[in-house]
Design a protein. Structure first.
Length: 659
């Protein structure tokens, strides 16, 4: 039997260390590694060792009793949203780690929400209880925040010292010494408390099963086997959420946690049934040890070495079957549903690709978690200008590994922009580019300003030049009017400009509009009306009229009250209620216009329109205002006029750069 579990939660909640402890507890590893020392199994890349945190999802296969458990240790930082969502796509259940010290945090709720949208079974594991914290207060907080909480474990204290666990659902107690459990009676002073929680748990489980509920209301006896089956079904359907305790520091409760995985969480066949093999690439990694690796979740079916699968990229031949533990490939004799496969040298496989046998499956047969748009941008500057070609290849590899990043060239400013989900995300991307042999630095991007006009104006543009042979002659009279978007109108009558030159005239206007008269930024929001002009039978040409129209545009725009425009973005800030006042005050100081406030679960969502120029370093600002708990999303809204005193600064700076 296989269980495939994503271990998620807020950064610092102890996920990676818990994964280490489970490796040791199941005999897969002799001694615990430490995040601080860069010696854990799942955090092995240079970036993870450097920052002492998870940057990628680590795969930790465990063997417990006769069962295989694939534990996917996902990053906690929201910056690495692509890895987090990939892990949840590949799992059948989400185990959300909550630190007893810190309690429910924004990362807890984010992971919970994504798991809920994917229809995953969910449970929680309370970590770091050996360092303190009020378990029972946390339990109530979880209830009020997440809903149908069922405490599977309670902490057992002796003389104020945490020494073990009471297994509520099985009404037993275990004392731990050196990681080894000794059964004991539930202490007398805890029995009433345990009975209370057990009664609540039984009622919550019974309410999810119509047959048991009917029997219960009629006063019938509920058998333990029926209750256990109903518990499993309730967790599978997302109707109740068990809360376990697992300590990596004190090595307490790890065996009970593993048993709960098997007892409560669904198997792959319960989710996807049986049938021909169906799999998906949920992650791609260019590994420094084994090269390009496609991480594949087998949702359904069985595979053996030598089998083949179909894919959008063609036939995939599986000469060997491998899973992976940290950076080490492990060969498998057979892969059953739920297995996480690692396919080295699979350069033609990309994230999101389906693999199958038989009839091509529909895309909705497997889970899909949409990646949010990145919201923090930096301009990429090569340390060695000769690395342009190398940058393209390195960036291709980077985006292949992490599609939550976005890279684009901004034609207006010339910037090469890299978008990410936070400063740490972008910093690890920069380090990754270095691993690929391209050294880059970041700077703040230039703002893609625009220009427009505020009043109607008209005038002439005339191009007349006599050379040895044919001359050049074009004469255009142009009227410019403010308009919501670009429009062109040809009002020539009497043939004063032949219609054959209309296209050249419009081209001249459009070319001139690419560089406005104020600071050389593109001009938007105008209607161009060509209403008069003249031509010469011999000297007129497309080029002459294009130049004349360009001159006309520049002359007329200068008289049409040109103004500078800046991009304005719709901003949504997700924060706890106690931070709303600080956020609104800060946004108003950034020339922001607050539009309103909504609720997203326990979080407040402040909506505002803010100029991009005020948001270039907002990630850092928000982190400071919320102690790292806030989040935000950005979406372009419109262009708006820059206040005159700020516009003058931009124009002066632009003129200085030109000289």
């Amino acid at each position: 039997m296989i269980r495939t579990v994503a271990l998620v939660g807020h950064s610092g909640s102890g996920k990676t260390t818990l994964g280490e402890a489970l490796l040791v507890a199941t005999g897969a590893k002799e001694r615990m590694g430490r995040v601080e020392d860069g010696t854990t199994t799942s955090d092995y890349t240079p970036e993870e060792k450097n920052h002492r945190l998870s940057v990628r999802t680590g795969v930790l296969p465990l063997q417990y009793k006769e069962h295989r458990i694939y534990l996917l240790d996902a990053p906690g930082y929201a910056d690495f949203v692509g890895e987090i969502r990939g892990a949840l796509e590949a799992a059948d259940a989400a185990v959300v780690a909550v630190s007893a010290e810190s309690g429910v945090q924004i990362g807890t709720e984010r992971a919970w929400t994504v798991a809920e949208r994917l229809g995953l079974a969910r449970m929680l594991v309370v970590t770091k209880l050996e360092k303190g914290g009020d378990f029972f207060a946390l339990l109530e907080d979880l209830r009020s925040t997440l809903g149908h909480i069922v405490p599977a474990h309670l902490p057992l204290y002796e003389n104020g010292q945490w020494v073990g666990i009471v297994d509520v659902l099985h009404n037993r107690a275990l004392r731990y010494t050196g990681g080894k459990a000794t059964p004991m009676e539930v202490p007398q002073d805890m029995r009433a408390q345990v009975e209370k929680y057990l009664g609540e748990a039984r009622e919550a489980i019974i309410e999810t099963d119509e047959g048991l509920l009917e029997k219960y209301l009629e006063g019938g006896e509920i058998e333990e086997a029926a209750l256990s089956k109903a518990f499993h079904e309730a967790v599978r359907r997302g109707l109740v959420y068990p809360v376990a305790i697992g300590s990596s520091g004190a090595m307490i409760g790890l065996d009970l946690l593993l048993e709960l995985f098997l007892e409560a969480l669904p198997s792959p066949t319960e989710r996807f049934g049986e049938g021909s093999p169906l799999a998906k690439v949920f992650k791609v990694q260019v590994d420094p040890f084994i090269g390009h690796v496609a991480f594949v979740r087998l949702y359904r079916g069985t595979l053996k070495p030598g089998d083949s699968l179909q894919s959008e990229a063609g036939v995939v031949r599986l000469q060997h079957l491998n899973t992976i533990r940290g950076k080490d490939l492990l060969e498998l004799e057979v892969a059953e549903a739920g297995t996480i496969l690692a396919l080295p040298k699979a350069e033609n496989l990309h994230r999101g690709m389906l693999l199958w046998n038989g009839t091509k499956p529909e895309s909705d047969e497997v889970p899909f978690a949409r990646l949010p748009d990145p919201n923090v941008m930096v301009a990429v500057v090569l340390e060695n200008k000769g690395d342009e070609a190398k940058l393209g290849e390195a960036m291709r590899k980077l985006l292949e590994e992490d599609p939550s990043l976005k890279f684009e060239r901004q034609p207006d400013t010339g910037d090469m922009l890299l978008w990410g989900h936070g400063e740490l995300h972008l910093e690890t991307a920069r380090e990754r580019l270095g691993d690929y042999g391209v050294k880059v630095q970041y700077r703040l991007p230039k703002i893609p300003y625009r220009e427009t006009i505020r009043k109607v104006a008209e005038g002439q543009g005339k191009h007349k030049k006599q050379t040895g042979g044919h001359g050049q002659y074009g004469d255009v009279w142009l009227r410019l009017e403010p308009a919501p978007e670009y429009q062109f109108e040809w009002r020539i009558t009497g043939g004063v400009i032949p219609t054959k030159y209309m296209e050249a005239v419009e081209m001249g206007i459009q070319e001139a509009a690419k560089q406005g008269t104020l600071a050389g930024f593109p001009v938007i929001g105008f209607k161009a009306i060509v209403y008069h002009g003249s031509y010469h039978d011999v000297d007129s040409s497309d080029m002459a009229f294009q130049i004349a129209a360009s001159l006309a545009f520049k002359n007329v725009m200068a008289q049409a009250s040109p103004v500078l425009l800046e991009p304005v973005y719709n901003l949504k800030v997700f924060v706890t209620q106690d931070r709303v006042g600080d956020i609104i005050s800060d946004l108003q100081g950034r020339r922001g216009r607050v539009l309103g406030m909504d609720q997203d679960g326990a979080l407040a969502v402040v909506q505002a329109e803010v100029p991009l120029a005020e948001l270039l370093e907002y990630s850092r600002v928000l982190s400071g205002l919320t102690q790292g708990t806030g989040a935000y999303s950005l979406e372009f809204s419109h262009y708006a006029e820059v206040p005159p005193h700020l516009a003058q600064k931009v124009v002066s700076q632009r003129q200085a750069e030109a000289h």
